[in-house]
Design a protein around this ligand. Sequence first.
Ligand code: BDR
Ligand code: CA
Length: 326
Amino acid sequence: MQLDKPKIILDTDPGGDDSFALLWLQSLAKQGLADIVAVTASAGNVNARNTFLGASKLLVAGGFDAVEVGRGVGQPGAEIEDAAHIHGADGMGNLSHTLPEVSQSFETARPSDEVLIEKLNQMPGEITIVAIAPLTNLAAAEQKSPGILKNAKEIVIMGGAFQTWGNVTPEAEFNIAFDPEAANVVLNSRDDLVVIPLDVTHHLIFTPEMARQVSQVNPQNKISQFIVPLCEFMTSTALAYRETKGVSGFLVHDAATLAYLFYPEMLHFQRAKVEIEMQGTWTRGKTLFDRRHSAKQSANAWVALQTRSVDLLAVMVEDLKKLVQD
Ligand code: BDR
Ligand code: CA
């Protein structure tokens, strides 16, 4: 738990839910509650070029274009297809063209692992990494500079599925299954990781009505005009894939990480040893946790298993309103 103003690096693969998380983070920064140190884009929902572009555009739209965006490293995902069928070819409901042009370029951007290593060396013990993508960048940083992830104040991960089913295979969640080796490196990097899995995020259905409530605060604002059709697009694919059990809306998985940091009363955690199945024919990328008393000594994480979803979504909507108002 942190009481001071968090300095945050967001590792992200926009992504509809990543987009809402990045907008929420910008609102918190605008309110003086967070510092955005950098955004490290990652391949995942769509390719590294598109996630870089999406993150950069959202930062311009929110007025944080001075924030450096790293470009995703590595070539993960050979066995798991990306999630363009959920998030659109550009990762943003095919709406990225409606956002402002960016000045940062993919070609000249620094690799995300380099950004992570530099910032963590410059500010040891101060930076919170919010990891809402496959863990490829974080693992690359750890492998290039062993021990570097221990320099983070805290690492908060959206990933895994423990007492519920997976979303890319019957057992595995996307961020872990996309690059299980990377996830394994990160899970072994320290013993105080914060893990927010599908068990919690399955309950976070953001509805088109919520997007409209935000937008109505200032209908002329570029973000207001972006989030309503983005939410409608995400809702259409969520309904098609039965992700919300027929409820109109989509799952804002990644936003739960910010709820933990800024509204910790919204989540309930258990201490556990988390491991990843690396070999299984049917279960590769599955997250397992050992909560037996005998495993407590080797626990590496706090795992969220319950959430106050209605309240969480309500504070998210209120904060988003503060981003779009002048
Ligand atoms: C995670 O996978 C991605 O598709 C989402 O952006 C989220 O980070 C949910 O499993
Ligand atoms: Ca994501």
